[in-house]
Design a protein around this ligand. Structure first.
Ligand SMILES: Nc1ncnc2c1ncn2[C@@H]1O[C@H](COP(=O)(O)OP(=O)(O)OP(=O)(O)O)[C@@H](O)[C@H]1O
Length: 337
C-alpha cells in the first residue's frame, strides 16, 4: 500500500505539487492524468525518492520513506518504468532483468511472463519499443517491489501496440498484485485501465474516483473537459424539474440555473419532429461520425452517430437528449458561453 499525505514539492519559488493526499491500496492501479505541467511526474519522482518533497509524508508498505525521515530511492523497494526505456545498452535482456538481483535467482520466469523469453540474449538496440517496455517491466517486477511507478510507459509506441500493451501490462500488474501509479497523457488509457483515476491540475489532485465517476460526475468543468468531448447546455428549473433547450433532463443535483454537461453519446438525432439545430461540421471516425451542431438556442453541441448516417454542414437536424443517466449540472455559464 502507498500512502501520500499532504505532499508538497517546490522547485525554488515554483509550487509543482500542493497538498496532495492519495492512498493506493494493495493490488490497486491508479492512473494519473492532467494537463502538461500539472505535477504528475513530480508526484511520481517524490514517491520514488528522486525529488525531495518540501512538505508531507509518504509511506510505502507501512514504512515512512519521506517525512520524518528520507529513504533514498534504491532502498524504497519501488519499481520504475519510464517513457524512455532506460535499459542498459551494453547488457543483454537477461542481464538487464537480472541486474542487482541476488545471485542464483533465475530471470527466466520473468522473461516468460512478459513474453520476451526469445529475446533473452539480445541487446536492447535489437528490440522493438514494445519489447523494451516489457523488459523494463520484467526488470522492475524481478526485484519484487512493493510499488510500481509508470510514467508514460507507452508514449513512445505506435497506436495499435499501445492499445494491446496497455492491457498486457495491466494484467501483469494485477496478477502480481502490486499497487501501481500510472501517469499518462492519454485519457482513453487512463479511463480504461485504472481501478481509480486521479485528475491533477495546478499541482493539486482535483478528483480521484473510479473512472466512470470522474467521467459522468466530474467535480468541475475542467475535469469534464479533460476527460473527453463535452458540450454544455443551458438549464433552468421548472416545476421541480430541470429544463434544457432539448427538453427535460434528469440531473444529479437539485434543479437550478446553470448548464448541464452532455457528452456526444448523451445526444441523438430524431427522424421526426421540427429541426432545432444546424450541422456545423462532421468528422468521419470509422465506425462512427462526430457532428458539431449549432442549436437554435445558441449553444453548440457535439454528438456521435453511426457511420451509416451522413449529415452535411448546413443541414437542419433535430437533436434529442437521451443519456439514460442523470446529468451533471454546473451553476452559472461557462467562460466560453
Ligand atoms: N527539475 C525541475 N526544476 C524546476 N521546475 C521543474 C522541474 N521539474 C518540473 N518542474 C516544473 O514543475 C511543474 C510540474 O512539472 P511536472 O513535470 O511534474 O508536470 P507533468 O504534469 O508531469 O507534465 P508533463 O505532462 O508535461 O510531463 C512544471 O511547472 C514544471 O515546469
Amino acid at each position: 500500500m502507498l500512502e501520500i499525505e499532504h505532499l508538497e514539492v517546490r522547485y525554488g519559488s515554483e509550487l509543482a505539487v500542493t497538498d496532495l493526499s492519495l492512498t493506493v491500496g494493495d493490488g490497486e492501479l491508479v492512473t494519473l492524468v492532467g494537463p502538461t505541467g500539472c505535477g504528475k511526474t513530480t508526484t511520481l519522482q517524490a514517491v520514488a525518492g528522486l525529488t525531495r518533497p518540501t512538505q508531507g509524508a509518504i509511506r510505502i508498505g507501512g514504512r515512512t520513506v519521506s517525512g520524518e525521515r528520507f529513504v533514498p530511492p534504491e532502498r524504497r523497494q519501488t519499481g520504475l518504468v519510464f517513457q524512455s526505456f532506460a535499459l542498459f545498452p551494453h547488457l543483454t535482456v537477461a542481464e538487464n532483468v537480472g541486474f542487482r538481483l541476488s545471485s542464483g535467482e533465475s530471470v527466466d520466469p520473468w522473461l516468460a511472463w512478459l513474453g520476451v523469453a526469445e529475446q533473452r540474449d539480445a541487446y536492447p538496440e535489437a528490440l522493438s519499443g514494445g519489447q523494451k517496455q516489457r523488459v523494463a517491466l520484467a526488470r522492475a517486477l524481478a526485484h519484487r517491489p512493493k510499488l510500481i511507478l509508470l510514467d508514460e510507459p507507452l508514449s513512445n509506441l505506435d497506436a495499435s501496440l499501445k492499445d494491446s500493451l496497455r492491457w498486457e501490462i495491466r494484467n501483469v500488474l494485477k496478477e502480481a498484485g502490486i499497487p501501481a501509479i500510472w501517469v499518462t497523457h492519454d485519457q482513453a488509457e487512463a479511463l480504461s485501465i485504472g481501478d481509480r483515476l486521479g485528475v491533477m491540475r495546478h499541482g493539486a489532485l482535483e478528483q480521484i474516483a473510479e473512472p466512470d465517476v470522474c467521467f459522468h460526475e466530474p467535480v468541475s468543468r475542467s475535469v469534464a473537459e479533460f476527460l473527453g468531448e463535452v458540450s454544455f447546455l443551458p438549464a433552468w428549473p421548472q416545476d421541480g424539474h430541470l429544463e434544457t433547450p432539448l427538453g427535460r433532463a434528469r440531473s444529479r443535483q437539485q434543479p437550478g440555473d446553470g448548464e448541464v454537461l452532455v457528452r456526444p453519446d448523451d445526444l441523438g438525432l430524431a427522424d421526426e419532429g421540427p429541426a432545432n439545430g444546424t450541422v456545423a461540421w462532421a468528422r468521419f471516425e470509422g465506425g462512427t461520425r462526430l457532428l458539431g451542431v449549432g442549436l437554435d438556442c445558441g449553444a453548440t453541441v457535439q454528438l456521435r452517430t453511426n457511420h451509416t448516417r451522413r449529415h452535411l454542414p448546413g443541414e437542419r437536424v433535430r437533436v434529442t437528449v437521451d443519456p439514460g443517466h442523470a446529468l451533471s449540472l454546473f451553476p452559472g455559464a461557462s467562460e466560453a458561453a
